[in-house]
Design a binder for this molecule. Structure first.
Ligand code: GAR
Length: 229
């Protein structure tokens, strides 16, 4: 027992009275922002650990997600892809914004624009994405938003769901943090299925993954994520 206490004391480098360092979360959005709202609500409940959403960056100036951010008093920025000549130039501007905002974690919450490998390399296992299917099904280039649910219905799958994963150079190919299955019901349209996947999976998985990250409980080894107690 004494050995255990001594070992813990040797590992401890902080002051007991010091609160854990706040982690700055930057949320990237492109549309309605219901996943952003789930994160804001979780933060209000105190469910993001030491994480704070300090900036929302939208790829579209008309995204309703920006209204949600403003209502919550969160600073916003807009970076439109069409204002830049290339994916590289757009990614460089994004990276600059991350540095200016002292980002500790970047969350892609319905962000529909592609960033280049430089961004992933600058923030390894520090960018989280939510995808509306059970990866490796219905993912990769062209699978985003409603298209994912259209493809799931066209295939006739009986179970779909959502995945939260770290972002790497491969589109939807980064280490998987969490997944939840959702039933496809007879008569589903892409819209009804999208809503069920959001309600039953995405809005729970994403804030939970962000909390685990902020608590320092996610480890990645050989592309596999483990969660410590
Ligand atoms: C969500 O279903 C999200 O999983 C998906 O877009 C929707 C955004 O909704 N993201 C992707 O398809 C990314 N590949 P929201 O703006 O209401 O959060």
């Amino acid at each position: 027992m004494e050995d255990q206490i001594r070992a813990q004391a040797a590992e401890w480098t902080g002051d007991v009275n010091e609160p854990p360092k706040t982690k700055n979360i930057i949320v990237l959005v492109s549309g309605g922002g219901t996943n952003l709202q789930a994160l804001i609500d979780a933060q209000m409940r105190g469910d993001l650990g030491c994480g704070r959403i300090t900036c929302v960056i939208s790829s579209r100036p008309d995204a309703y997600a920006l209204v949600r951010a403003k209502n919550a008093g969160i600073p916003t920025r807009v970076l439109r892809r069409k204002d830049f000549d290339s994916t590289e130039a757009y990614s460089a501007a994004m990276l600059e914004a991350f540095y200016e905002e002292y980002a500790d974690l970047i969350v892609q919450a319905g962000f529909m624009t592609i960033l280049d490998a430089k961004v992933c390399r600058a923030y390894p296992n520090k960018i989280i994405n939510v995808h509306p299917a059970l990866i490796p099904s219905f993912c990769g280039k062209g699978f985003y938003g409603l298209h994912v649910h259209e493809a799931a219905l066209a295939k006739g799958v009986k179970i779909t769901g959502a995945t939260v994963h770290f972002v790497n150079e491969v589109c939807d190919g980064g280490p998987i943090i969490s997944q939840k299955a959702v039933a496809v019901e007879p008569g589903d349209t892409p819209e009804t299925l999208q809503r069920r996947v959001m309600e039953q999976a995405e809005w729970h998985l994403l804030p939970e993954a962000v909390r685990l990250f902020c608590e320092g409980r996610l480890t990645v080894k050989d592309n596999i994520v483990s969660v410590s107690e």
